[in-house]
Every structure is written in structure tokens, then in C-alpha cells.
Design a protein around this ligand. Structure first.
Ligand code: PGA
Length: 261
């Protein structure tokens, strides 16, 4: 059975003092039954690694270079992230796609670079409001997923975490409805199943304005394995509330599973 995964995406937020406070609050209070990670800005990886040593919260980055090493000013390689104890890196976040020109081919190359050193890429996919309104949600996601699959190869798809993040729900306070989320997560699961026997092992997250109140219903959906959390990951009480919702959803899954035996 897939464990729930809750990942905080701090984006370009934090400083040494605030990070210490936030990670101090998380390190001892995250429930053991939930996999939990924080993706911090590059300069704070060393600090976060130290503050999380011995804690069950794992570390991630928000982006990675497609290149392994060399004359690429400003880039950060996957091996460097691994050196600092990262387990995950986000690739293809909609803010990178829309503001920094990361197209799906580049996202695929970044995912591949991450996998080559054993990092788990958290591949973000999602449609804009205009794409949803014109009925193109699945076509857009298929395009984003196919491009990455073409680069990493079908046999590597089971090594990804996929985060469905509708662009219109990110940072807007307007999470997608449970029905909208389940419909897309099940589409993604079906897309995976057509390509890899490992489809049932892949964790598919939802991201976009998740708050402690909305997390429960979203994490309880049949194809949901947790969330990618932006704003609420910067507030310890909210992030812990979301982790607790994941713990409860996980317990429900275990109960259902036991009931089926
Ligand atoms: P949000 O961000 O939770 O602030 O909407 C989610 C994300 O961008 O990953």
C-alpha cells in the first residue's frame, strides 16, 4: 500500500531565523505514519539538513540542472543536491514553466538528471484555467506527461512522484474540488498503467491551495497519495495539520484494506 507523502514547497521564502523556528517545530511533531519532506531554497539546504538530522522529515530542492557538471553559471546539479542529503527535487513547477521557460522537454531532462543520481523527481503537471474551460485538461496533461516519458523512458516512470497542480489553484486560495482532483488523478494513474507495470506504486499528489481543512477530503480520494503544499508549508501549525490529515487518510486506507482481507 502506498504511504501518504506530504511535501512542503517553500518557494523563495525563509531566512535563517525563520527556518530554524519552522523546522524545529516540524522535526519532532510530524506523524511517523506519513512521509514528509520540505523543499527549501538552495542556500538553506545545509541548514535544513542539520536541523532535520535524526528527524523523519526528509529534504528536497525546488529545481535541478539538467547538466551533471561544468560551465553552467548559476546552475545546481543533482549530485550537489544529493551531497546535501536531498531525497527529492521538484521539476516542472508551473512557476518555472510560466516564468522561467521550463518546457516539458527541459523538465524531462531535469527529471532524468535527478534520477541518474538516485533523487526522486516530483514532476508537476497541470492545466491553466483557460485550458480547463476549453475542455483540454487531459490533453494538456497527456502532452506534459508524454514529453517526460519520452525522455526518462517508460521503465523509469515508476521512480517518479507526480504532482497534479492545476495552475488556477496555486496560491489562489481556491483548491480544486475533490471531484475535479479525483478525475485527474485517476486519468494520471491510467496513463501510467498503460506504460508501466509499476503504476500502482507511483505516488500521485495534489497541489494548489491545500489547507488543513481541505486536506482530509483531498487525501482520502482513491488515487490520492498526499499533497504538494506551498503557502501552508511556511506555517508550522498548518503544515502539521495537513500532515495529520494525511495520517488520518492513511489510517482509513489501512482499515479498508484490512476489511477487504
Ligand atoms: P499553494 O502552492 O499551496 O500556495 O497553492 C502549491 C505549489 O505551488 O506547489
Amino acid at each position: 500500500m502506498r504511504r501518504k507523502l506530504v511535501v512542503g514547497n517553500w518557494k523563495m521564502n525563509g531566512d535563517l531565523a525563520r527556518n530554524r523556528e519552522l523546522l524545529g517545530a516540524l522535526s519532532t511533531r510530524v506523524p511517523d505514519e506519513v512521509d514528509c519532506a520540505v523543499c527549501v531554497p538552495f542556500p538553506y539546504l545545509a541548514q535544513a539538513r542539520e536541523l532535520l538530522s535524526g528527524a523523519s522529515v526528509t529534504l528536497g530542492a525546488q529545481d535541478v540542472s539538467e547538466f551533471a557538471e561544468g560551465a553552467y553559471t548559476g546552475e545546481v546539479s543533482a549530485a550537489m543536491l544529493a551531497d546535501f542529503g536531498c531525497r527529492y527535487t521538484i521539476v516542472g513547477h508551473s512557476e518555472r514553466r510560466s516564468m522561467f521557460g521550463d518546457d516539458s522537454a527541459l523538465v524531462g531532462r531535469k527529471a532524468l538528471a535527478a534520477m541518474r543520481v538516485g533523487l526522486v523527481p516530483i514532476l508537476c503537471v497541470g492545466e491553466s484555467l483557460e485550458e480547463r474551460s476549453s475542455g483540454r485538461t487531459e490533453a494538456v496533461l497527456r502532452g506534459q506527461l508524454d514529453a517526460v516519458a519520452g525522455i526518462v523512458g517508460a521503465s523509469s516512470l515508476s521512480k517518479l512522484v507526480i504532482a497534479y497542480e492545476p495552475v488556477w489553484a496555486i496560491g489562489t486560495g481556491q483548491a480544486a474540488s475533490a471531484a475535479q482532483v479525483q478525475s485527474v488523478l485517476s486519468f494520471v494513474r491510467g496513463w501510467l498503467a498503460d506504460r508501466t507495470p509499476g503504476a500502482d506504486d507511483v505516488r500521485i499528489l495534489y497541489g494548489g491551495s491545500v489547507k488543513p481543512e481541505s486536506a482530509g477530503p483531498l487525501f482520502g480520494l482513491p488515487d490520492s497519495d498526499g499533497g504538494l503544499i506551498g503557502a501552508a508549508s511556511l506555517i508550522a501549525a498548518q503544515f502539521l495539520g495537513i500532515c495529520e490529515a494525511a495520517r488520518i487518510a492513511w489510517q482509513d486506507n489501512v482499515r479498508q484494506f484490512e476489511g477487504l482481507k
